[in-house]
Design a protein around this ligand. Structure first.
Ligand code: NAD
Length: 288
């Protein structure tokens, strides 16, 4: 069997179409959704990511703004910039581009973003709301994975999902979303004794580790759905995921490629989150 390839670019294009409609509906009520991106220092990949996100916003009519601080900015400077953005009614979403320079602890900075504007879904309030089953702003990548599963009609109820990785931005919210979708969830991390053994039991295997070739073909249960979140740039310039793609494809039923799988969805879900934050802000303003 050779798996069907999940086309993340096509699904992301569909999401952007939906965002266009939502932006138009907001415009009709006098609101332009606004995204503020805070960039501390000049980490070259971050520069690229921010530029791509700004371009995505422009294409759908979201007003984006990059706020730059020098690499040696003090925590207080970052916090006071976030305070200013929290108070600005034109800003509906705030994203602090990671990684921050080493001298800055990301925790107080992430915690300072108002939960209603936290389009990365990292604030403890949003994490708590996700776990409590309240409407939260959800981390973009796991939300994008859920949308791919929905688009390809992958049943989650009663399935066994194995998530490799437990970071705050991908692995943990991914596991919570799968649990919320009624899967039985196993979360693996760097201290898991034998992730391959667990992976072989997965109906849905989601890898978010960042080690090229970690997931071998024989880790895939025949007929499984394989979602590769990992991104590694090899010395020869190629970008690959965590999954050893060709052998995995021979066993899986559905599989995401890298690039062109989860990556485009992460970018699209940031647009969705910014719209959602703007819609909710409008609703709150209209409340008596
Ligand atoms: P991270 O380094 O914060 O987390 C990696 C996780 O993998 C950790 O929880 C660690 O415990 C776990 N891990 C390490 N070795 C392991 C092993 N052998 N088996 C199982 N788990 C193991 O990274 P992150 O920010 O969560 O990102 C993970 C990967 O996903 C990276 O390659 C990153 O570039 C990529 N990423 C892709 C997208 C996208 O849109 N496609 C978005 C975010 C991150």
């Amino acid at each position: 069997m050779s798996a069907e390839i999940i086309d993340g670019r096509a699904v992301a294009a569909k999401v952007r179409e939906e965002v266009l409609d939502r932006v138009a509906a907001l415009a009709a009520r006098g609101v332009t959704p606004g995204l503020a991106m805070v960039l501390v220092g000049n980490h070259p990949p971050s520069e690229i990511y921010v530029r791509l996100k700004a371009k995505d916003c422009e294409q759908v009519g979201i007003a984006s703004n990059v706020l730059r601080l020098p690499a040696d900015a003090a925590e207080e400077e970052v916090l006071s910039l976030i305070d200013r953005l929290n108070a600005d009614p034109r800003v509906h979403g705030i994203l602090v581009q990671m990684p921050l320079p080493n001298h800055l602890d990301p925790k107080p900075i992430v915690d300072r973003v108002h939960p209603y504007k936290d389009v990365d879904g990292l604030h403890p309030t949003n994490v708590g709301w996700l776990q409590a089953g309240h409407p939260a702003l959800l981390a973009c990548t796991p939300q994008g994975v859920m949308r791919l599963l929905r688009e390809y009609e992958v049943p989650t109820l009663g399935s066994h999902a194995v998530v490799l990785g437990r970071s705050a931005i991908v692995g943990r919210p991914m596991s919570w979303l799968m649990l919320r979708a009624h899967a039985t969830v196993t979360t693996c991390h760097r201290h898991t004794a034998d992730p391959g053994r667990l992976a072989r039991e997965a109906d849905i295997l989601i890898s978010a580790v960042g080690i090229a070739g970690l997931v071998k073909g024989d880790w895939i249960k025949p007929g499984a759905v394989v979602i590769d979140v990992g991104i590694t740039r090899l010395p020869d310039g190629r970008v690959v995921g965590d999954v050893d793609f060709e052998p995995a494809r021979e066993r899986a039923r559905l599989i995401t490629p890298v690039p062109g799988g989860v990556g485009p969805m992460t970018r699209a879900m940031l647009l969705t989150n910014t719209c959602l934050a703007a819609e909710r802000m409008l609703q709150r303003t209209l409340m008596p």
